[in-house]
Design a binder for this molecule. Structure first.
Ligand code: 13P
Ligand code: SF4
Length: 311
C-alpha cells in the first residue's frame, strides 16, 4: 500500500497531475488526494487548477463537469463504470420532453446529471448552493428542478416555492431507514442528526441539520463537543473523524441491515485503479464538444453566483 502511494505521488509529479477526491471516496483515496471536497468544491477546484491532468476520484458526472470546465486538460477517472443512480434517473431525452411540456420555466439542474441534461439547463446547482440559487430568482419565477425529488421537495418546503420537480432520486440516500434512525435517536438523546437533502422527506423531518457533505462537516467542526448521527454516505466520516478526533459520529444505517450506507459507484475507485489510470492516462473522460459548449454555460453561471454569494 505504501509503495502504491509513493508510485502515485511520483506519477503525479512527472505528469503534473492533480488528484481530486469526493468525501464519499474510500479512506485511502481521501488520504492521498491533493484536494477533498463536496461536488461544488470539486468543480471550483477543477476550474482553477493549473495541472495538465485532473484525476477525478468520484463518479462520472464529476469527471464530465471537470472536462467541460477544462476542455484542454486530460480528465481521468480511476473506474469508468463509476456512475450515479441519480444522474441515471434523468435521461436527457425524457427531461427535454418534460421541459417542452412546461414552457416558460427556468430550468435548474442538480450537478448530479449527465452533460446532455446540463446542456438543457439554465443554471446548475449543488447541494451546497441549491437553496440560495433558487432564492436568487424572483418568488414568482416558474422553475423546473431536476432530477432529485428529495432535494427539490425540500427546497420547496423551506422556501415556499412551487417548483416543478423531476421524479428522480439517489438510490443510496433513499435507503436510510426512518425506523432505525428514530431508534438510534432514542438511544442517544441529545445527539444531533445530520442529513443530506438527497434523503427522503421522512428522514429529513428527523434531522436537526440538513445540508451538503461540506455543510454537515462544517457543523461538526463548529461543535465538536456534540454527538452526531450522520445520514449520508459514510465516506464523509473519514474527514469528520480526522477533523474532530474526540467526537462520536454514528452512521445512520440503511434498510438492508448493513452498519452504514455506502455508494457502490463511489467505491469502485481504488488505489490500484488510481495508480493504473495515472500510469496509462486512461480511462479518460470525453464530452461531445457541441454538448459541452452548451453545458458549460449553466455550470459557469453556478460558479459565478456561488462566488457572489461567498460559497
Ligand atoms: P455533495 O457533494 O454536494 O454533498 O453531494 C453528494 C453526492 O451525492 C455527490 O454525489
Ligand atoms: Fe450518485 Fe447517490 Fe452515489 Fe452520490 S451517493 S454518486 S447521488 S448514487
Amino acid at each position: 500500500m505504501e509503495n502504491l502511494k509513493e508510485a502515485i505521488a511520483q506519477l503525479k509529479r512527472e505528469k503534473n497531475a492533480v488528484v481530486l477526491g469526493h468525501y464519499y471516496q474510500r479512506d485511502e483515496i481521501q488520504e492521498i488526494a491533493d484536494f477533498v471536497g463536496d461536488s461544488l468544491a470539486l468543480a471550483q477546484w477543477a476550474a482553477r487548477t493549473e495541472a495538465d491532468i485532473i484525476v477525478m476520484c468520484g463518479v462520472h458526472f464529476m469527471g464530465e463537469t471537470a472536462k467541460i470546465l477544462c476542455p484542454d486538460k486530460k480528465v481521468l477517472v480511476p473506474d469508468s463504470l463509476a456512475g450515479c443512480s441519480l444522474a441515471d434517473s434523468c435521461p436527457a431525452d425524457r427531461f427535454s420532453q418534460f421541459i417542452k411540456e412546461h414552457p416558460g420555466h427556468t430550468v435548474i439542474s442538480y450537478v448530479n446529471t449527465t452533460a446532455a441534461v446540463k446542456a438543457l439547463t439554465d443554471v446548475v446547482v449543488t447541494s451546497t448552493n441549491a437553496r440560495q440559487i433558487v432564492e436568487s430568482f424572483p418568488k414568482d419565477e416558474k422553475i423546473i428542478f431536476g432530477p432529485d425529488r428529495n432535494l427539490g421537495n425540500y427546497i420547496n418546503t423551506v422556501t415556499g416555492r412551487r417548483m416543478l420537480v423531476w421524479d428522480g432520486a439517489c438510490s443510496v440516500h433513499e435507503q436510510f431507514s426512518v425506523e432505525k434512525l428514530a431508534e438510534i435517536k432514542r438511544a442517544h438523546p441529545g445527539a444531533v442528526v445530520l442529513a443530506h437533502p438527497e434523503c427522503k422527506g421522512e428522514v429529513l423531518k428527523l434531522a436537526d441539520v440538513v445540508g451538503s457533505t461540506a455543510a454537515l462537516l462544517k457543523q461538526a467542526v463548529a461543535h465538536p463537543e456534540k454527538t452526531y448521527i450522520v445520514a449520508t454516505e459514510a465516506g464523509i466520516l473519514y474527514e469528520m473523524r480526522k477533523r474532530c478526533p474526540s467526537t462520536t459520529f454514528i452512521p445512520a444505517p440503511p434498510l438492508d441491515g448493513s452498519p452504514c450506507n455506502l455508494c457502490k459507484d463511489m467505491r469502485l475507485n481504488t488505489l490500484e485503479k488510481l495508480y493504473a489510470c495515472l500510469r496509462d492516462e486512461s480511462p479518460e473522460i470525453q464530452v461531445d464538444p457541441a454538448i459541452a459548449a452548451r453545458a458549460v454555460l449553466p455550470i459557469r453561471r453556478m460558479l459565478e453566483i456561488s462566488e457572489r454569494l461567498g460559497l
